[in-house]
Design a protein around this ligand. Structure first.
Ligand code: F6P
Length: 321
């Protein structure tokens, strides 16, 4: 394989730049021409390619975001636009496409490959950790550490003022950011889309905490939990009389310099994606399972199930006594 392209798609995630750097430099090492596609699938449709050189990826390893930009492309859902995207790849004689992104982005890569035959590779890049074939996605560790830092700071002030806080974190379909940060941050309760926890349970937990002498409670609510933060706060206030504040961490979670774990994961994924294309192994999704970087059939990877870690939820319940 002599010419490959790489794009980032969907929500950006810290570590995407580290993956781009690995792809570009490994590609060059194997005598390939490497192209970056700007703005994800949008740029693929609109022919926004850039030939990358060793120096194009200098000084980006430590930077959050993605230097080649990203987008959520509604247009890529249209088969006509996918044809257009393929034509652009064909014109440049690009033989393999590496897509760094989440579930929707890797699904787009699979479709493109099925319809056109272009070999693709998926690298899991999303803070949500919602690609279930891999234990971790690029950006998750950095995001969860950002949340942890926020919890630590909020703890100081909420115990001083004896009030509780609902901390809203990202995760529309996957509660991993909430679960891991709540577990490591000593939250009283974690609310996620995957688990049915009633508002009454939340209120009772805060009330029993107050009774047992707790100065404050930290409630982590993933954005996909069906009851809004404001409704939760109202219910807690009504029942306990305690003051409750809301902190929405929002896009703070998507920025920042990638952690060691994210840099290692991203770099190893980028290296393996290029190695596989070079060896003629196509349509794989790269990921980390049991501490090892591995590749999986793309279709099977997208259909994989990884249940939420119940033992962490149980730990939160018991340890917040
Ligand atoms: O997919 C990553 C993510 O940050 C989600 O956690 C969040 O729900 C969503 O993106 C926000 O999307 P946007 O950047 O389009 O507002």
């Amino acid at each position: 394989m002599k010419k490959i392209a790489v794009l980032t798609s969907g929500g950006d995630a810290p570590g995407m730049n580290a993956a781009i750097r690995a792809v570009v430099r490994y590609g060059i090492y194997y005598d390939m021409e490497v192209y970056a596609v700007h703005r994800g699938y949008e740029g693929l449709i609109d022919n926004e390619f850039e030939r990358m050189h060793r120096r194009s990826v200098a000084d980006i390893l430590h930077r959050g975001g993605t230097i080649i930009k990203t987008a959520r492309s509604a247009r890529f859902h249209d088969p006509e636009n996918r044809k257009k995207a393929y034509k652009n790849l064909e014109t440049l004689e690009i033989e393999g496409l590496i897509v760094i992104g989440g579930n929707g982005s890797l699904t787009g890569a699979k479709l493109l490959s099925e319809e056109t035959g272009i070999p693709v590779m998926g690298i899991p890049g999303t803070i949500d950790n919602d690609l279930r074939y891999t234990d971790y996605t690029i950006g998750f560790d950095t995001a969860v550490n950002t949340v942890l830092d926020a919890i630590t700071k909020i703890r100081d002030t909420s115990s001083s003022h004896e009030r509780s806080t609902v901390i809203e974190v990202m995760g529309r379909h996957c509660g991993d950011i909430a679960v891991y940060s709540g577990f490591a941050g000593g939250a009283e309760i974690v609310l996620i889309p995957e688990k049915d926890i009633s508002v009454d349970e939340v209120v009772d937990k805060v009330a029993s905490g107050i009774e047992s002498g707790k100065l404050h409670s930290i409630i982590i609510r993933a954005e996909g939990y069906p009851v809004s933060s404001n409704d939760l706060i109202k219910a807690i206030k009504d029942k306990t009389g305690q003051d409750v504040k809301l902190v929405v961490l929002s896009y703070l979670q998507r920025g920042g310099s990638p952690t060691l774990r994210d840099r290692v994961l991203a770099t190893e994924c980028g290296m393996l994606a290029v190695e596989l294309l070079k060896d003629g192994v196509y349509n794989r999704a790269i990921g980390e399972v049991d501490g090892k970087i591995q590749d999986f059939d793309l279709g099977e990877a997208l259909a994989a199930e990884r249940p939420i870690r119940d033992e962490l939820l149980q730990g939160i319940k018991v340890l917040s006594m």
